[in-house]
Design a binder for this molecule. Structure first.
Ligand code: BG6
Ligand code: MG
Length: 225
């Protein structure tokens, strides 16, 4: 009997956000956005950067330009976003297995052993490149990234798409997220949500500092409480 059925929950799938959940790329995104801000004489604060968690590249640049009081044409915004991404990818050059956040690798492997279906659901258009650099691309047969969705989190599109490809009902899926937009997207999708790494996340079913010591059995216990 599967773990989830033992606890009267039908958890069959786990959907992982990437940035801030599997690896701490948030700092690299921040560095790359700061470099654009510098060109505009604008200092992007870390509090503002927190508001960019989980938000697409396009929506992020719109927010930053707005904070900076700048008005650009679409073409100019696209050019800045392109430049930001070039810088971001150059900072990602050194990423490797060492950058996988604590406990993630073991938790993923235990979940696979328990026959849970896994997917990555990320706003990032670089998700596959980053997973490859981390050396864990092969662990996920399903990756829905920023190239495959029209709407940014908190829209549930990315997670609904994961569930469709996993052939699971939303209520059988758990989403792991470090952003409030992502938690809201999971709620909007009708899924369980686990907040990762950020103390101030609201409305999630369960919160963890990181994956260290967490087993799929403990997770399902917590969600069934
Ligand atoms: C999200 C990050 O996962 O992806 C955001 O939290 C980032 O910070 C967004 O802006 C888009 O990423 P990318 O790699 O497509 O620029
Ligand atoms: Mg994230």
């Amino acid at each position: 009997m599967s773990l989830a059925i033992m606890h009267n929950l039908e958890i069959k799938g786990l959907i992982f956000d990437l940035d801030g959940v599997i690896a701490n790329t948030a700092d690299l995104h921040y560095r790359a956005w700061c470099k654009i801000g510098d060109q505009w004489g604008f200092n992007l604060s870390s509090a503002q950067n927190e508001e960019l968690r989980g938000i697409s590249r396009k929506d992020s640049i719109l927010k930053i330009a707005n904070w900076a009081g700048k008005s650009f044409t679409n073409e100019e915004l696209d050019a800045f976003a392109f430049e930001k991404n070039k810088n971001y990818l150059s900072y990602c050059q050194t990423l490797g297995t060492k950058d996988i956040l604590p406990g993630v690798f073991d938790f993923i492997n235990s979940s696979i052993n328990k026959d849970l279906k896994l997917a990555v659901g990320s706003a990032s258009k670089n998700a596959k490149i980053i997973l490859q650099k981390l050396g864990i691309l092969d662990l996920f047969s399903i990756i829905v990234d920023g190239n495959m969705v029209q709407n940014s989190k908190p829209d549930p599109e990315v997670f609904i798409k994961c569930a469709e490809i996993l052939e699971l009902e939303p209520k059988s899926c758990v989403v792991f997220e470090d952003s409030q937009a992502g938690i809201q997207a999971a709620i909007n999708a009708g899924m369980f949500s686990v907040g990762v790494g950020q103390e101030d996340l609201e409305s999630c079913n369960y919160k963890i500092k990181n994956f260290e010591g967490l087993s799929p059995k403990q997770l399902i216990n917590q969600l069934s409480n």
